[in-house]
Ligand binder design. Structure first.
Ligand SMILES: [Zn+2]
Length: 280
């Protein structure tokens, strides 16, 4: 649909970018992105995608806003404490840009619901805080061939990677065998920091985190979504980008695709269904 005068004004700075132009803006308005987890990573991702004019944004989260979330989950405000996160974030998105249609899923991500939901979107942002749910998102996106951006944060560090299922390394290719990836030893999901699923969930939900770290990483996820939709630039595929806020160091580590990956190899299917714990 051609842009209105108001849209040409609103998105003028996007349109002035040569690889975007009016056609690219129309593409963004016709596109859809699902954000799983509307917390520290999902908040900046949602707000920037809304501002950029991504036409449909899906928000999936079963949690409610807690006072302790506000230090980093910038889609929610003090008045939203106790409110469902998807409702609070929808209000923030609409306040920025009423061009955006927001679909809300007030529920936890499970192996039963995810494949069907992700299939309705052009791109998915993994913004959950526990590894079991990250694998569910990985498997659902691989099964439905939906590109997505994985990310994780802990304390002063973050990491992300974009996956084009069937074409580039997925999370199971990279994290499937912790011991095989000693080169990732300084990342938040490094082997020694992943002693057990329970500990991982506890680490992510109770550990400290500098609020700007998910802000940086979630914003990078939104950047990847926009590039993927527009088909511009180079996606962060077959590479893991790590960020250390204390040393202010970014590192890009090449990660190989596993030809026998149970999630994304040609002969593979989706691993046995197993629901993850809460993805708050
Ligand atoms: Zn894989």
């Amino acid at each position: 649909m051609p842009l209105t005068q108001q849209q040409r004004d609103r998105y003028a700075r996007n349109i002035r970018l040569e690889p975007i132009g009016r056609a690219g803006q129309e593409k963004l308005l016709a596109s859809s992105v699902l954000i799983v987890g509307v917390g520290g990573l999902g908040s900046p991702a949602a707000l920037y995608l809304a501002a950029a004019g991504v036409g449909t944004i899906g928000l999936l989260d079963g949690d409610r806003v807690d006072l302790s979330n506000l230090q980093r989950q910038i889609a929610h405000g003090t008045a939203d404490v106790g409110e469902r996160k998807v409702v609070s974030a929808r209000e923030a998105i609409v306040a920025i840009n009423s061009d955006v249609t927001v679909r809300t899923y007030d529920r936890w991500a499970t192996a039963d619901c995810l494949p069907e939901i992700v299939a309705g979107y052009d791109f998915v942002i993994d913004a959950v805080d526990n590894f079991a749910t990250k694998l569910l998102i990985n498997d659902a996106c691989c099964a439905r061939q939906v590109p997505f951006c994985h990310a994780g944060i802990l304390e002063f560090e973050g990491q992300l990677m974009t996956v084009r299922p069937g074409q580039t390394a997925c999370c199971r290719c990279v994290f499937g065998g912790w011991q095989r990836h000693a080169q990732l030893a300084d990342g938040p999901f490094a082997p020694e920091r992943q002693p057990s699923a329970t500990a991982r969930v506890a680490a992510a939900t109770q550990a400290g985190v500098l609020g700007v770290v998910p802000g940086v990483i979630g914003t990078l996820q939104a950047t990847e979504a926009i590039k993927a939709i527009l088909g511009i630039g180079e996606l962060l595929t077959d590479s893991l980008l790590t960020y250390d806020a204390l040393s202010m160091r970014f590192r890009k580590v090449r990660v190989p695709r596993n030809p026998h990956c149970p999630a994304c190899a040609d002969h593979g299917g989706v691993p046995a269904r197993r629901d993850a714990p809460a993805n708050k």
